[in-house]
Design a protein around this ligand. Structure first.
Ligand code: IMP
Length: 205
């Protein structure tokens, strides 16, 4: 049986303030306090896994072992099957040291064109892997996904990352054109959290 969280607080294994805020907002209604790894001075492990789940597990385990408390980590990205799954687990790295996602979005368009593939209309999906880790090394994992198509040129000023080129299925606008309250319930992260919620209510350890 899956292990459930009995603690009233969780270490969020991320040094990204935006991510910690978003996760804190999802944990708040469940009565769980979120504490950022950076505020505890925890080191950030290198993301050496070759899947979203592997990287989330690696981050959750490192934070749980270092803090002695349960920790939650997320790893996410955009998958384009016509590019053999790229940028995938390298989604953040495609933006380069300047974290410029215009560069990353241009690269997707250029690489699709170089392969003779359609750019607007190409299938894509976002993935969010969540790992809940305990100090003894035990980990529970879930994965959420939202399917859609790509659209060029990038459109919209909302959101972050690849939002301006992603149109979720069943919608006519990019995530970048949607205000946060419209995008949030549709996301891979929200879907992953729905699955995790069952483990975050008090129950037998
Ligand atoms: P991580 O911090 O290694 O998980 O990197 C995730 C990267 O995937 C981010 O830097 C974004 O570029 C991209 N990404 C993840 N979720 C979203 C989203 O909801 N919209 C746009 N880009 C996203």
């Amino acid at each position: 049986m899956a292990r459930r969280l009995a603690a009233a607080r969780l270490i969020v294994a991320s040094h990204n303030a935006g991510k910690v805020r978003e996760i804190a907002a999802l944990l708040g209604p469940l009565g769980i306090e979120a504490v950022g790894a950076a505020s505890l001075g925890l080191a950030e492990p290198e993301e050496t896994g070759d899947t979203f789940i592997a990287n989330a597990v690696l981050k959750a385990r490192a934070a749980a072992e270092a803090s002695g408390e349960p920790a939650l980590a997320d790893d996410s990205g955009l998958v384009v099957p016509a590019l053999e799954g790229a940028p995938g687990i390298y989604s953040a790295r495609w933006a380069g040291p300047g974290k410029d996602f215009r560069v990353a979005m241009d690269r997707i368009e250029t690489e699709l064109t170089a392969r003779g593939c359609e750019t607007t209309g190409a299938a894509a999906w976002f993935v969010c892997a969540l790992a809940l880790g305990w100090p003894d090394g035990h980990c529970e994992t879930v994965e959420g996904r939202v399917d859609g198509t790509l659209a060029f040129p990038p459109l919209g000023e909302h959101g972050f990352g690849y939002d301006p080129i992603f149109v979720p299925d069943g919608h006519a606008r990019t995530f970048g054109e949607m205000p946060a309250e419209e995008k949030q319930p549709l996301t891979h992260r929200a879907r992953a959290f729905e699955q995790l919620a069952g483990l975050l209510r008090s129950g037998p350890q």
